[in-house]
Each structure stands twice: as structure tokens, then as C-alpha cells.
Design a protein around this ligand. Structure first.
Ligand code: UD2
Length: 296
């Protein structure tokens, strides 16, 4: 009986602390002006959320590109995903690489699997980010639909450090870029009206990162298709947006508001000192030497 009471007391204290923590997130915006949640540590109940989606037996696809020397990041990405990303859920990772022979061996838990899609090598690094949208669109149309519920598209030069679970699920999900200090005027949107990624001064909600986005398959298919078409139409006119597909994604998310916005906890950068608002780093880009690692 004493043991039962101690357990009950611990659970009650943990719950009370969580509620207090939830109430105390007044330091950040937790809802957008269009009433989408902005997900921060302390604004959700992890076990409760996972329980809700586990009952629905949801499946999650992940795309990750490891072209050229970026294959070296894949091992850490996959190993840390096993520890933190949708643990206990059906997860299928799709790796796009030109070096399938160098694929690392990573043991995956039951219900989790990996498929490799060979892609050609790239001459310019910009080509890779340009082609990602096309491949994501094709994967959804040819392989994932129907059957898979959600998809996340993630940068490979990153590691998971903390839980990333059902709190991130939504129909269209964007991640706020880790440069929290940017004000709207300083957002690095594409500013040339000639580009289809153009954002006029004063427009924009957040600056979202290209390294992590997701949602349900229909929404992400539409996003990938639109960004790809706009990217290609720009290319025909000899224009490449300032931050390639990230610029097109930002334009898309301005016109099609995400149903859920993930805080920069969901894509931080290792080189950045952690800011006060960041209570947990869930996923973070590793420090890399661009000159050494990119094709040119
Ligand atoms: C930012 C974005 C990235 C993309 C890029 C566009 C974040 C954190 N990062 O990252 O998503 O929008 O700007 O310019 O939002 N890749 C390869 N091989 C290469 C080069 C790239 O596989 O040789 C893949 C790989 O999955 C990598 C991703 O493309 O993670 C993005 O490339 P990056 O990390 O070099 O771009 P970066 O850091 O400027």
C-alpha cells in the first residue's frame, strides 16, 4: 500500500509540475494568428499524445538525402532516430543516395524499416536541394499513397538529441528556423519579384527551415509539387531563389498556412549557443565544413 501511495504521489507531482510548466510558457508564442499550435517543450503531454496516435496505429515515412560525401552523416542520423524519433511507432525511412554501397549498418527496432533509393550524383550542391522536392513528390505518388499516414522530410547532416513524437503530427507542418533573433524585415526570403518564391517586404509569418517539414501525404505532395514546379519555372527563366527550395517552401507556407508550427527545438544548430527559450534540443544540425563536403 505504501508503495502504491508513493507511486500515486510521484505521478501526481509530475502531473502538477507539467501543468505548471504548461502554464508558465508565456515567454514564447504558443499559437499563431491563424490558430495553429506552435509546439514548445512544456505545451503538451507526451505520453498522452503518443497514446492517442498509437491507438490509431499511424505510420510515418521519413525522407533523407545523403548524396556524395553527405553519406557520412547517415549513421548518426539513423542511430539517433532509433533512440528518439517516434519510438514505438511504425516508421519507414527512405534514403536517397548515390552511394548505396556505403550505407551504414544500423539495427532498427521492430516495426521500423529502411529502403534505399539510388539517385545520380550531383555536380552542384544546389542541384540536390532542387531535386529533393521532385523525389519526395514521386515517392508519395508511386510508393506511399495510399497506406502511409504522415511524412517528414529531414536534412541528413543532423542528429536527434531528444524526443520527437506525436506532438509533431499535423496535416501541414513547418519548423521555425533556428535563427530566432530574425525580425520579419530581416527574414531571408527571396526578394526578387522575378522569382516565384518572391515575398514582398512586410509579408511573412515566420521564416521556416528547409531542413525539416512534413504533414499528411496529400498536403506534402501538394507542397512538393508546387515548390518543384515553381523552382523549375524559375530555372527556365534563369533564376534560382536565394535559398533554393527553402525559399519556395517559405512562399508556399505563406499562402498555405501550416496547421502546426514546430519551434526551433525541432531543428537547432550545434554551432549556436542554446537560447533561453529552448528548453530541449530535439534535433540539431551538426557543424560541417561546407568547402570540404559539398560537390563545389
Ligand atoms: C539549409 C537548409 C536546407 C536547405 C538548404 C538550401 C536547414 C537547417 N537547412 O541548409 O534544408 O534548405 O539550406 O540551400 O534548414 N545534401 C546532400 N549532399 C550534398 C549537399 C546536400 O545529400 O552534397 C542534402 C543533405 O540531405 C543535406 C541537405 O541536402 O542535409 C541540405 O544541404 P545542406 O545541409 O548543405 O544545406 P544548408 O546547411 O545550407
Amino acid at each position: 500500500n505504501t508503495l502504491l501511495f508513493a507511486r500515486w504521489l510521484t505521478a501526481a507531482v509530475v502531473f502538477a509540475l507539467r501543468v505548471l510548466c504548461f502554464l508558465s510558457r508565456t515567454d514564447v508564442a504558443t499559437v499563431t494568428p491563424w490558430l495553429a499550435p506552435v509546439v514548445w517543450e512544456g505545451t503538451f503531454e507526451p505520453e498522452l499524445l503518443d497514446g492517442v496516435y498509437r491507438q490509431k496505429n499511424v505510420s510515418i515515412a521519413v525522407t533523407v538525402f545523403a548524396v556524395g560525401k553527405y553519406i557520412r552523416f547517415l549513421k548518426d542520423f539513423l542511430e539517433t532516430a532509433e533512440q528518439h524519433f517516434f519510438v514505438g511507432f511504425k516508421v519507414h525511412v527512405y534514403v536517397f543516395t548515390d552511394r548505396p554501397a556505403e550505407l551504414p549498418k544500423v539495427e532498427m527496432a521492430a516495426g521500423r524499416q529502411l529502403t534505399v533509393h539510388p539517385v545520380p550524383a550531383a555536380k552542384r550542391w544546389q542541384e540536390i536541394s532542387a531535386r529533393r522536392m521532385e523525389m519526395i513528390q514521386r515517392l508519395i505518388e508511386e510508393t506511399l499513397l495510399p497506406g502511409t499516414d504522415f511524412i517528414f522530410c529531414l536534412d541528413v547532416d543532423s542528429k536527434f538529441h531528444g524526443r520527437w513524437g506525436a506532438e509533431s503530427l499535423g496535416s501541414l507542418v513547418a519548423v521555425v528556423h533556428p535563427e530566432l533573433t530574425f525580425d520579419r524585415g530581416g527574414f531571408p526570403y527571396e526578394r526578387r519579384p522575378a522569382s516565384r518564391a518572391y515575398m514582398a517586404p512586410g509579408l511573412g509569418d515566420f521564416y521556416y527551415c528547409g531542413g525539416a517539414f512534413g504533414g499528411d501525404l496529400h498536403e506534402v505532395r501538394l507542397l512538393a509539387k508546387t515548390c518543384r514546379e515553381n523552382f523549375e519555372a524559375d530555372a527556365k527563366e534563369g533564376i534560382e531563389a536565394a535559398w533554393q527550395e527553402e525559399s519556395h517552401l517559405n512562399r508556399y507556407m505563406w499562402l498555405n498556412k501550416p496547421s502546426k508550427v514546430l519551434s526551433p527545438e525541432f531543428l537547432w544548430q550545434d554551432f549556436k549557443p542554446r537560447e533561453r527559450e529552448i528548453h530541449v534540443v530535439r534535433f540539431s544540425g551538426v557543424v560541417k565544413n561546407y568547402a570540404e563536403i559539398r560537390p563545389n
